[in-house]
Design a protein around this ligand. Structure first.
Ligand code: FE2
Length: 306
């Protein structure tokens, strides 16, 4: 039996280590920086990050997925720090990252931002030749033990106080190429993106602007699982497409100080193939403040509402 395990963390908002220079704050970052000092600083600290790293290592999943918002203000030093933290958990080969809105807080040069995460967003060499893909661009495709990991970027700079996302035509076109290729394989296909696929609020001002285009694509090409972050809460939904029902798992921040019984957790997916049929189990690992440890509970199917 083929087995593969994945840990899925999100929205770490890693503490800012190096004070930004004044000139780095002459833009939307000033709002984020004030917010960091007034709010976020109290909600994120190194202790939970340390406990999270230890727990992930103890669990020893085959792969780690990080569904965005690793940083706060998109300062170059934050990208470098995030990469260092990820390297403490596993080797880059076993880590996949997609960026969130905070990882694209303002328009950044690739060479001063995402380049520091290049090892986590790399399409497999063989596949990048097949798709004639440029290096380190989205969407990426990695195949591990017949598990296809497809990473999309929904991160775009937004207006102040907004946090919507967009995939864009270019990525959607490449994504279709990937789906066509995968439709000939019996792989377990996982789509990873920061923003959820369903609309949020009346004007979807926090959501994915072109979610309808992605849904349309998923009508034609099936995937087995969709993973996201962004909402800072647990969410389990199903996306009904023309030919299938796709489970979508959103997780809260995996490193937020848990004062009012709000959950700080991450998910673990145990995927297996038996008699050529794919299946998976999901577990939630919840941080317990009193003992500074993560405890596990199984996510039962009846929690999932269609
Ligand atoms: Fe976000």
């Amino acid at each position: 039996m083929l087995k593969y395990s994945i840990s899925h963390i999100s929205d770490l908002h890693l503490p800012i280590k190096k004070k930004p220079k004044y000139k780095e704050l002459f833009n939307k970052r000033i709002i984020g920086f004030i917010n960091w000092h007034l709010n976020r600083k109290n909600n994120y600290n190194d202790n939970i990050i340390r406990d999270l790293i230890n727990d992930l290592k103890k669990q020893g999943s085959d792969h780690l997925i990080v569904s965005g918002d690793l940083v706060n203000l998109s300062l170059e030093d934050e990208y470098i720090n995030a990469s260092k933290i990820l390297k403490k958990i596993s080797i880059p080969e076993n880590i996949s990252v997609v960026p969130g809105n905070h990882d694209c807080y303002i328009q950044m040069d690739f060479d001063k931002s995402i380049i520091h995460w290049k090892d986590y967003i790399k399409t497999d060499v063989v596949l990048s030749k097949y798709f004639k893909m440029k290096k380190n661009t989205f969407p990426y495709l990695k195949v591990r033990n017949e598990i296809a990991l497809i990473g999309l970027s929904t991160a775009i700079p937004t207006l102040p106080f907004m946090c919507y996302g967009k995939i864009g035509k270019d990525q959607l076109r490449k994504l279709e190429d990937i789906f066509i290729y995968l439709s000939k394989k019996n792989y377990f296909k996982i789509l990873i993106l920061h923003h959820p696929i369903h609309k949020i609020g009346p004007f979807n001002y926090k959501g994915l602007l072109d979610n309808d285009k992605l849904i349309k694509l998923l009508d034609d090409y099936n995937i087995e699982l969709l993973l996201h972050g962004h909402l800072h809460k647990d969410s389990i939904t199903y996306l009904k497409t023309k030919n299938s029902i796709i489970p979508c798992f959103g997780i809260p921040s995996s490193s937020k100080v848990n004062k009012k019984a709000k959950q700080t957790s991450y998910n673990k997916y145990e995927i297996y193939k038996m008699n050529d049929e794919w299946n998976f189990n999901v577990y939630r690992r919840i941080y317990k403040n009193d003992i500074n440890e993560f405890m596990q509970e199984k996510i039962e199917l009846n929690e999932i509402k269609i």
